[in-house]
Ligand binder design. Structure first.
Ligand SMILES: [Zn+2]
Length: 360
């Protein structure tokens, strides 16, 4: 599928930017390049990035668009005598999908050192270990090729407390419209927001719009707990890169497939998405001919819950761009679903009115 070259470059820059939870600066720097002239930009100490449209008047109800800028990653916990690194996970990883992934470890100079998530090679396993090869994160190390702790510190400039991210680089299979990369949860959501702001530039709306790329979602929606106070929205749209289920669920139970449009969840573990708002958004998508999927999820959770339970409570829904293998080093998403998500969020902005909000 043909996708605008500038848009594709934006998605690439956002996906490739290292930004484990708590270390979002480089994602914010990448995003800032695409919001020139859109409106007023603010950033707080957590590196939540706020974008207020120039067309805002200040007197209208506020719609907040949220996507989180952080990605699941790791943090260096200790340097072992042999030069390998013990680490902790930042966010929810499937430990079976970690070993032998290439990663980048930030060092004391702010450079990224290549490494591998390693476990004991099969040649050195006992019969018992071979029979039950299940691993804990504490059985794994990150190996950058150092030969001792001294080598790791003096020659690699490694130190504890530094973030680690997958070394995956973005790639686009244009013939099939499939994007490969890391951190589509939620950089593809960030990209949807930036694209929506660009397309809506100059258009007058019946509500003011505050768009926020929030920090630290993956470790407990922490950034959003701050942004919601600053913006005090009347209604919220939460963008997500949400886990696709179409490669392992029973056909009747597939609720988040690639190339079927954004997924709107009725519930997840953290929130019941505002039911009347959710039904209204699904109906709007159908009216506009935008493909959309709906789900009832027994897992997951995100910033939507924060909007509903902070301040006086703002109704929220989640627009999720399907991502296969989210929370792993190699994810997939599609240009088609990105485009449908952009169209749906534009339609939401054009159709949410103060009257509609009052009636929720
Ligand atoms: Zn997410």
């Amino acid at each position: 599928m043909k996708i605008d070259a500038k848009t594709l470059e934006m998605i690439r820059a956002l996906s490739d930017a290292p930004g484990a939870s708590g270390f979002e600066e480089e994602v914010v720097a990448a995003a800032r390049k695409y919001v020139e002239g859109i409106g007023e930009i603010k950033e707080d100490f957590l590196h939540n990035l706020y974008i207020y449209r120039s067309e805002n008047t200040g007197g209208k109800p506020v719609i907040m668009l949220d996507a989180h800028a952080d990605e699941v990653g790791f943090i260096v916990q200790a340097i072992k005598p042999n030069g390998t690194l013990r680490f902790l996970t930042l966010g929810g990883w499937n430990k079976n999908a970690m070993v032998s992934s290439k990663v980048l470890v930030r060092n004391a100079k702010g450079e990224y050192v290549p490494g591998i998530i390693a476990s004991k090679p099969v040649h050195h396993m006992s019969a018992a270990e071979k029979a039950n090869p299940s691993l804990e994160v504490s059985d794994m190390v990150i190996d950058v090729g150092a030969v001792s702790a001294q080598d790791a510190v003096e020659n690699y400039h490694l130190r504890i407390g530094e973030p680690v991210v997958p070394a995956t680089k973005f790639a686009y299979d244009e013939a099939h419209g499939v994007m490969f990369g890391k951190a589509f949860d939620c950089r593809i959501g960030c990209a949807v927001i930036l694209e929506v702001l660009r397309r809506m530039q100059g258009k007058m709306l019946s509500c003011d719009v505050a768009a926020v790329l929030s920090a630290q979602e993956e470790i407990g929606t922490r950034g959003c707990r701050v942004t919601v106070n600053r913006v005090a929205p009347d209604i919220a749209v939460v963008l997500e890169g949400c886990p696709a289920d179409d490669t392992f669920a029973e056909p009747y139970f597939i609720q988040t497939a690639l190339k079927k449009g954004p997924m709107l969840r009725h519930i997840d573990v953290s929130a019941i998405c505002a039911p009347r708002y959710q039904r209204w958004a699904l109906e709007l998508a159908r009216e506009k001919g935008i493909p959309v999927q709906e789900a009832v999820r027994s897992g997951g959770g995100n910033n939507a819950s924060v909007f509903q339970t902070s301040l006086l409570g703002a109704p929220s829904i989640v627009v999720g761009v399907p991502v296969r293998y989210a929370h792993s080093c190699n994810c997939m998403t599609t240009a088609q679903d990105f485009e449908a998500s952009v169209q749906l969020v534009c339609a939401l902005l054009e159709n949410i009115t103060p009257e509609m909000i009052a009636a929720l």
